[in-house]
Design a protein around this ligand. Sequence first.
Ligand SMILES: Nc1ncnc2c1ncn2[C@@H]1O[C@H](COP(=O)(O)OP(=O)(O)OP(=O)(O)O)[C@@H](O)[C@H]1O
Ligand SMILES: [Mg+2]
Length: 149
Amino acid sequence: MAIERTYVMLKPGVMQRRVAGEILSRIEKKGLKIVAMKLMNIGRELAETHYAEHREKPFFGELAGYITSGPVLAMVIEGDNAVAAVRRLCGATKVDDALPGTIRGDYAMHTGMNIIHASDAVASAEREIALYFKKDEIISWKDGNEGWI
Ligand SMILES: Nc1ncnc2c1ncn2[C@@H]1O[C@H](COP(=O)(O)OP(=O)(O)OP(=O)(O)O)[C@@H](O)[C@H]1O
Ligand SMILES: [Mg+2]
């Protein structure tokens, strides 16, 4: 087990549908720890930098358009193997493959609007956290409950 940090972002539809609390609750109940969070609007440049690996994909324009269409809730989540743990909570990228019980399985009907982003590896988490947060916006905190959850 290794304590990791991952970048998680609730996409614009979440704010529109007023379900940010429900999704955050799933992350918290799992036992993961929120160490940074802010509501923000993403500009086109940041959207394209974040999703640069998909620049040549046919859905890139739609993806950048969606992600800049309204505020997102950006956060850094910490915990044991947090990168994989959050990806499991999210479920599969394609909504038809996202099982009920996962965030995408329960909240998304369209792959292009699949409600949540989570880093796919420790290296991408580091890159993405640095894109969205300054070092002093990340709060390390202890609750004395390590190992209870
Ligand atoms: N075939 C597709 N059609 C439409 N949109 C897609 C498709 N594949 C991916 N996307 C969109 O691009 C985003 C990035 O795709 P990626 O392959 O990185 O999936 P992911 O890692 O599960 O998602 P994310 O990076 O948002 O956490 C997806 O979340 C989705 O919104
Ligand atoms: Mg991805």
